[in-house]
Design a protein around this ligand. Structure first.
Ligand code: PEP
Length: 258
């Protein structure tokens, strides 16, 4: 049984004070959650949010980590520094970092190993662009991201994979539940071939891309989908808590989601 994991990605939003207010609102709303709940916050918010989360069932996540243990890397943050504040998860290879900050499968792989070596759990993001999907390259892109980005990981079930079709992130355009399920099923098959079938059964694979209170139930009902990585809808406590309680939402029979 894979425990579902709903993680918020605040991106570059919320000052430390705003972040503390948000998690203080969120704590009572998700205290009885059946799934694992995570908030991935801007690095500078980590100390204050870590303090505010004490005694709650919400785990703390970061949005990036450098691959070196320490040294002359001005502006960067190491896995050990994150661990020191009780960070448990770290997003690696988000499409925004690939698009705007030169992230490659090679640097994703280095960061993933650094995170695992320090005892952090990577949330490793993969996914195709619209052009890649439209030219039939989705599987080729995912194969490359898995083979190169996850190279050398001993136990793949120790990471969380986030399948985020780039065209669905922040656009309000969700992959249909069927599309997301099929693609995540493909990712699991590829992970089984590349690593081991048992680990592939255990690894949690989230869907990310405009997930919200209206579509979460249908997406989360799919067999292969083990959670969500949530951007925009994680910035308001009521919206995020509605997704955490996805089972309680009315099923939205939107034809786009079928
Ligand atoms: C994300 O940032 O990973 C994401 C999925 O964003 P949004 O939910 O806003 O599409």
């Amino acid at each position: 049984m894979r425990k579902p994991i709903i993680a918020g990605n605040w991106k570059m939003n919320n000052t430390a004070q705003q972040g503390v207010t948000l998690v203080k609102e969120l704590k009572p709303l998700v205290s009885n959650a059946a799934c694992e709940v995570v908030v991935c916050v801007p690095a500078i918010d980590i100390p204050a949010v870590a303090e505010a989360l004490k005694g709650s069932n919400i785990a703390l996540g970061a949005q990036n980590v450098h691959f070196a243990e320490k040294g002359a890397y001005t502006g960067e943050i190491s896995a050990e520094m994150l661990k020191d504040y009780g960070v448990k998860y770290v997003i690696i290879g988000h499409s925004e970092r690939r698009q705007y900050f030169g992230e490659t499968d090679e640097t994703v792989n280095l960061r993933t190993h650094a995170a695992l070596n320090a005892g952090l759990i990577p949330i490793l993001c993969i996914g195709e662009t619209l052009a890649e999907r439209e030219t039939g390259k989705t599987e080729e892109v995912l194969d490359r991201q898995i083979e190169q980005g996850m190279k050398g990981i001993d136990d793949i079930s120790k990471i969380v994979i986030a399948y985020e079709p780039v065209w669905a992130i922040g656009t309000g355009k969700t992959a249909t539940a069927q599309q997301a399920n099929e693609t995540i099923g493909y990712i699991r098959k590829k992970v089984a071939q590349t690593f081991c079938p048992k680990c592939a059964e255990k690894v949690r694979i989230q869907y990310g891309g405009s997930m919200n209170a209206g579509n979460c139930k249908q997406l989360m009902a799919m067999e292969e989908i083990d959670g969500g990585l949530i951007g925009g809808a994680s910035l308001k406590s009521a919206d995020f808590s509605a997704i955490v309680h996805y089972d309680a939402q009315g099923l939205k029979l939107d034809k786009d989601l079928l």
